[in-house]
Design a protein around this ligand. Structure first.
Ligand code: DAH
Length: 378
C-alpha cells in the first residue's frame, strides 16, 4: 500500500466515524481545506517535472474525488438523521384545546347610535356634536328657558362649583369665553343653538350624545343619552315631522306597523309642542312596539318630545323667523335601545358588568347598514 492509500483509508474511516456535522467538517478541513493534506499533495504537483507529474497526478486526483464523495454522502446521511430526530422530538399535540382569545363587544348604546346615524343619513341628515360641559345660555336661555324655569334648579342640574345658579357671573367660565354659568348639559338641545349659530339655515341634522341630570332610580341614571333632531327650511311643517319620525322608527324597529301619536304638550323651545307616543303591546312580559295604541291589548308609550321650533329660539340663534321655520325632536337613546333589544333595567347599561356586555353586546364586525339591515340581534 502506498503512503497515499494509507492516508486515504484513515481519512475515509474518520469520515465514516464522524457523529455530527461539526466533526465531519473537521475532517473536510483536514483533507480538503486550504492546508489539508490532499490540497498539499495537489500543490506539490507544481514542483514536479512534467513526467513525474503525469504519473502522480491521477492518483492524487482520484483520492481527492473519493474523499469529497465520502464527505458529501456522509453529510447527507447526517442531515437526514438530524431531521429524523427533530421530527421525532418536536411532535405537536393537536388535541390540546386552543386558549380562548378575549374579544370585546360593541355597547348597545354605541350600536344604536350607529343605527340612528345610518338611518338618518339616508334621509339627508348630518350628525352634529356639541360640548357636554355647556354654559347656561346655550343649555337654557337660548332655548327660551328663562331664569325662573324649574329645570334650572340645583336639584335637577349639575353645576360646576364656582357656578351657583343664584350666584354672580362665574370667573372661570368668563375666562374661557363662554356665556354664563357652566354645567353638564341636561339635554342635547343646545346643539340646535350651536349648529344654527355656526351654519345658519337651512339645517338638517341629528345630534346624539350624553346628557346629565341629578336623578337616579330604575328608569333614570345621572347620565343618559339623547338624540336631538333639527330641520329648518322655508316650508317645513308638522307633517314633515310626523313622516320623518315614522320613517325613522319603521327602519329602526324593522316593522311596517309602527303607529305614532303626537300628543299636545309644552316645551319652552317649541310651539306648538307635542309628545311622541308609539303604539305597543305586551308579549310574554316584554313590550313590543307596533300596532295602534288604542287597539285591544295595546297601549301608548312616550318616546320623546318634539314640535315646531319656537321663533324666539331661532332669533336667539341668529336665524330670521320671518324667513325660516322647522321642527325639532329629542329622543331617549337608552329607552329605544331597551325597547328594541329587550332590556329592562337602565342602570345595567352603565354598570360595566362584562357578563351583561357579553350577553347584549354586538360583534364589532356587525356594522349597521341599511342594505344589510340595521337590526342585528345580539
Ligand atoms: N330637550 C327635551 C328634554 O330633554 C327634549 C325635547 C323636546 C327636545 C322637544 C326637542 C323638542 O328638540 O322639540 O326633555
Amino acid at each position: 500500500m502506498t503512503d497515499l492509500d494509507t492516508r486515504k483509508d484513515e481519512a475515509l474511516s474518520a469520515i465514516a466515524a464522524a457523529s455530527d456535522l461539526a466533526q465531519l467538517d473537521e475532517q473536510r478541513v483536514a483533507a480538503l481545506g486550504k492546508k489539508g493534506w490532499v490540497s498539499l499533495e495537489l500543490k506539490s504537483l507544481g514542483t514536479m517535472s512534467p513526467d513525474e507529474r503525469q504519473q502522480a497526478a491521477p492518483a492524487i486526483q482520484a483520492v481527492r474525488a473519493e474523499i469529497a464523495d465520502a464527505i458529501a454522502a456522509k453529510k447527507a446521511s447526517l442531515e437526514a438523521a438530524a431531521l429524523e430526530s427533530q421530527l421525532a422530538s418536536e411532535t405537536i399535540d393537536l388535541t390540546l384545546p386552543a386558549p380562548e382569545t378575549p374579544r370585546g363587544s360593541i355597547h348597545p348604546v354605541s350600536q344604536v347610535m350607529d343605527e340612528l346615524a345610518e338611518i338618518f343619513a339616508d334621509l339627508g341628515f348630518a350628525v352634529a356634536t356639541g360640548p357636554e360641559i355647556e354654559d347656561d345660555w346655550h343649555n337654557f336661555t337660548a332655548l327660551n328657558m328663562d331664569e325662573s324655569h324649574p329645570a334650572r334648579a340645583m336639584h335637577d342640574t349639575f353645576y360646576f362649583p364656582d357656578a351657583a345658579p343664584d350666584g354672580g357671573p362665574a370667573s372661570s367660565s368668563e375666562a374661557v369665553g363662554q356665556t354664563g354659568r357652566m354645567l353638564l348639559r341636561t339635554h342635547t338641545s343646545p346643539v340646535q343653538i350651536r349648529s344654527m349659530m355656526q351654519q345658519g339655515a337651512p339645517v338638517r341634522l341629528i345630534a346624539p350624545g350624553r346628557v346629565y341630570r341629578s336623578d337616579s332610580d330604575a328608569t333614570h341614571t345621572p347620565m343618559f343619552h339623547q338624540v336631538e333632531g333639527l330641520v329648518i327650511d322655508r316650508d317645513i311643517h308638522l307633517g314633515h315631522l310626523k313622516w320623518t319620525l315614522e320613517t325613522f322608527f319603521r327602519a329602526f324597529f324593522e316593522r311596517e306597523d309602527i303607529v305614532l301619536r303626537l300628543r299636545p304638550s309644552y316645551f319652552p323651545f317649541t310651539e306648538p309642542s307635542v309628545e311622541v307616543d308609539v303604539g305597543y303591546s305586551n308579549e310574554g312580559g316584554r313590550r313590543v312596539v307596533g300596532g295602534h295604541g288604542d287597539e285591544e291589548g295595546h297601549d301608548w308609550m312616550e318616546l320623546g318630545g318634539s314640535g315646531m321650533v319656537n321663533p324666539r329660539v331661532l332669533e336667539f340663534a341668529g336665524v330670521d323667523p320671518g324667513e325660516w321655520q322647522g321642527f325639532a325632536f329629542g329622543l331617549g337613546i337608552d329607552r329605544i335601545a331597551m325597547l328594541k333589544y329587550g332590556m329592562n333595567d337602565l342602570r345595567a347599561f352603565f354598570d360595566g358588568d362584562p357578563r351583561w356586555l357579553r350577553h347584549y353586546g354586538f360583534s364589532p364586525f356587525d356594522q349597521p347598514t341599511l342594505s344589510a339591515g340595521v337590526g342585528v340581534r345580539p
